[in-house]
Every structure is written in structure tokens, then in C-alpha cells.
Unconditional design. Structure first.
Length: 120
């Protein structure tokens, strides 16, 4: 499997408004995306150089309420097949959005890792 870059790091938050104020007003980050889902669930992104920091109360992404690293792959279907063959089936997904596809796996210590492919 080829990993090309770190796509994003996602942090779970309990209060999206409070988190947005901290990252915007205290750290001075510019919000680049805010996606509202059913109920009061949010996914908010901040670009930091070539990387992205995401905040969400729509958890768990995988493995629980811990941060998740998303690794970019050129072929999500091939990565999924390779992980399944190695005995590591996805814990969620694949999920398709307007801009990407992704699924989550857990490492041997149950840390969440997202495999991610941007749409071109």
C-alpha cells in the first residue's frame, strides 16, 4: 500500500461552538469548511499549511473518542482489499462525500486510522 501524505488529523470535541471560538479567536486559524449533519453534529476544518486540522462532535470516527490520523492513498479500493487480506477489516465505511472517500481501521492497540482518497 502506498501512503502519499497525512491528509488530516481530527480531534473529537464536545462543544463545537466553544471549540470554534478557541481555534479561531485564540489560535487565529481560518475555518475553511463547516459541514452540519443530522441533529447537532458538525465537521469543521482548518487548513494549516498543506495539512488540515478537523474538529467534530460526530464521533466516534473509529476506536472511540481519541484523535484520528487520516492517511492519503491513491487507490482507496486497493487499500481496503489489502487491509482485509491482512486481517484488518474496516471498523466503519467506506464513506463517500462530495470531496473524498474514506474508511477507518484500528491498529493493534485500537487507535483509529482513517484511509482517505481525495476526489479529483
Amino acid at each position: 500500500m502506498k501512503i502519499t501524505e497525512l491528509a488530516f488529523v481530527a480531534y473529537p470535541v464536545t462543544d463545537v461552538d466553544r471549540a470554534r471560538r478557541f481555534y479561531r479567536d485564540v489560535l487565529g486559524l481560518k475555518e475553511t469548511m463547516a459541514e452540519h449533519f443530522e441533529g447537532n453534529q458538525w465537521w469543521v476544518e482548518y487548513e494549516i499549511g498543506p495539512a488540515t486540522l478537523a474538529l467534530s462532535n460526530a464521533w466516534p470516527m473509529s476506536g472511540g473518542g481519541a484523535p484520528v490520523a487520516a492517511l492519503e492513498v491513491p487507490d482507496l479500493d486497493a487499500a481496503l482489499a489489502e487491509l482485509k487480506a491482512a486481517g484488518h477489516p474496516p471498523v466503519y465505511g467506506p464513506v463517500e462525500t462530495p470531496v473524498c472517500r474514506f474508511f477507518g481501521v484500528a491498529d493493534p492497540d485500537n487507535n483509529g486510522i482513517t484511509l482517505h482518497q481525495r476526489k479529483t
